[in-house]
Design a protein around this ligand. Structure first.
Ligand code: ATP
Length: 370
C-alpha cells in the first residue's frame, strides 16, 4: 500500500463472538473500520456495543474470532500495547492530579522527555480550545471542560485508534451539541481512526462516516448515515433511526420500480422501490413522520388522489420549531406527523388529510405474524 493510500480495514473484527456464561453479547460480528474514519456502533441498551468496543480496547477477550489493528492480530496484545485513546461517559480524570498531569499521563507512561511532553500537552489543550488551564485541578472545570480534557488526554499520545463510549451522555443538551461538533472537527483535523458508541441516533447520523446499527448482539445494517436512514433494510432500523410509520398493504402491481399497493381500507398508495415485489405480496409502507404533509380536510378538493389518508388530530406537542402531531385514522391506527410550526397550527380534534410523495414511501416485506 502506498503511503497516501488509506487502509480500508485499518481495524478489523473478524467473526467475533462474545459470550458471558449463557449470555451471548456479540454474535458473529464482521466489521472493517477504514483508516481515518469515524465509525459508530448504534443500538439500544444491551445490544453489545460496549462489549465490542471493550474487546478492541483489550478490556475483554473475544470468545471466537480475531481483532486486527493495522494488519496485526491483537487478541493477545495487552491494553497498554495497543496504542489506543479512550474516552468514556464519566470523564475519569484523576481528581488529585493537575490538568497538566492528567493530560500528560500517557506520555509519562511512554517515557517522553519533559520538554517534548510539555509541548505536546500545551498543543493538545489548544486543540480542545482550553489553553492555559494546565495548573488547575479537575474540580475547577465544568463538566464540558472536563470532557475536553479527557479528549486532550486521549489524543495527546497520537493513538492509532480513538475509542469513545457514550462520551456525550453526561452533558446537557446544548453542551452535547457543542461537544459533538468539537469531536467531529477534531477527528477530521487529526484524521484519527475512531470507534464511537452511542444509543442516540441524532449523534450517530450527524458525526459518522459509517454507522453499524446493532440489535441483540447482531449487526442489522451497515452504511453511511444517508444509506441507513433512507434505505433502512428492516423494521427495526427504520424505527430506531427515527419516527417511522408503518402501514400494512398488499401489492397490486409493480411497473418500472413504481409499486402500487392497497391498504385494508382500499386506499391506494404508490411507492418507489427497486425490490422485485409481485402482486399479492404483503408489505408495510414505511413513511418518516417528517415526510407526511398535513392539510385541513375542508381544503381537500375531492379529486381522486393516491397516497392520501384522512383522520383526526388526537394529540400534538411542540418541539421548538416543529410540532409533533398524532393523527388517528378511522381504523384506530395513529400516525405520527412532524411539520414545521405554521402561523395557524392544527388543533386537537381537527379533521385533516395527510399525504406523502411516492418517493418518500419505502416498502418492506411485512413482518411475519408473531
Ligand atoms: P448499554 O448501552 O446499556 O451499555 P450495550 O449495547 O453497550 O448497552 P453491552 O454492555 O455490550 O451492551 O451488553 C451486551 C449484553 O452482554 C447485555 O446483555 C449485558 O447484560 C451482557 N454483559 C455485558 N458485560 C457483561 C459481563 N461482564 N458479564 C455478564 N454479562 C455481561
Amino acid at each position: 500500500m502506498s503511503k497516501k493510500e488509506k487502509d480500508p480495514a485499518f481495524v478489523k473484527f473478524k467473526g467475533i463472538v462474545k459470550r458471558f456464561g449463557k449470555v451471548t453479547a456479540v454474535q458473529t460480528m464482521d466489521l472493517d473500520i477504514p483508516e481515518g474514519s469515524l465509525v459508530t456502533l448504534l443500538g439500544p441498551s444491551g445490544c453489545g456495543k460496549t462489549t465490542l468496543l471493550r474487546m478492541l480496547a483489550g478490556l475483554e477477550s473475544p470468545t471466537e474470532g480475531d481483532i486486527i489493528i493495522k494488519g496485526k492480530r491483537v487478541n493477545d496484545t495487552p491494553i497498554h500495547k495497543r496504542n489506543l485513546g479512550m474516552i468514556f461517559q464519566n470523564y475519569a480524570l484523576f481528581p488529585h492530579k493537575t490538568i497538566f498531569d492528567n493530560v500528560a499521563f500517557g506520555l509519562k507512561y511512554r517515557g517522553f522527555p519533559k520538554d517534548e511532553m510539555r509541548t505536546k500537552v500545551i498543543k493538545a489543550l489548544e486543540m480542545v480550545r482550553l489553553p492555559g488551564v494546565e495548573n488547575r485541578m479537575p474540580s475547577q472545570l465544568s463538566g464540558g471542560q472536563q470532557q475536553r480534557i479527557a479528549l486532550a488526554r486521549a489524543i495527546v499520545i497520537e493513538p492509532d485508534v480513538l475509542l469513545m463510549d457514550e462520551p456525550l451522555s453526561a452533558l446537557d443538551e446544548n453542551l452535547r451539541e457543542e461537544m459533538r461538533r468539537e469531536i467531529d472537527n477534531l477527528q477530521q483535523v487529526l484524521g484519527v481512526t475512531t470507534l464511537f458508541v452511542t444509543h442516540d441516533q441524532r449523534e450517530a447520523l450527524s458525526m459518522s462516516d459509517k454507522i453499524i446499527v446493532m440489535k441483540d448482539g447482531k449487526k442489522q445494517q451497515e452504511g453511511t448515515p444517508i444509506e441507513v436512514y433512507n434505505n433502512s433494510v428492516n423494521h427495526f432500523v427504520a424505527d430506531f433511526l427515527g419516527h417511522s410509520n408503518f402501514l400494512s398493504a398488499v401489492v397490486e402491481s409493480n411497473e418500472d420500480e413504481m409499486v402500487k399497493v392497497r391498504l385494508e381500507d382500499k386506499t391506494s398508495f404508490l411507492a418507489r422501490s427497486s425490490e422485485p415485489f409481485l402482486a399479492g405480496d404483503k408489505v408495510d409502507i414505511v413513511v418518516r413522520a417528517q415526510k407526511f404533509l398535513l392539510g385541513h380536510r375542508s381544503d381537500y378538493n375531492g379529486e381522486e388522489n393516491m397516497n392520501l389518508l384522512f383522520g383526526r388530530i388526537s394529540d400534538r406537542s411542540y418541539m421548538g420549531g416543529e410540532v409533533s402531531y398524532y393523527v388517528e385514522l378511522p381504523n384506530g391506527q395513529v400516525i405520527h406527523v412532524i411539520n414545521l410550526v405554521k402561523r395557524n397550527p392544527f388543533k386537537q380534534g381537527d379533521e385533516v388529510h395527510i399525504s406523502v410523495n411516492p418517493e418518500n414511501c419505502r416498502l418492506l416485506r411485512a413482518r411475519p405474524k408473531a
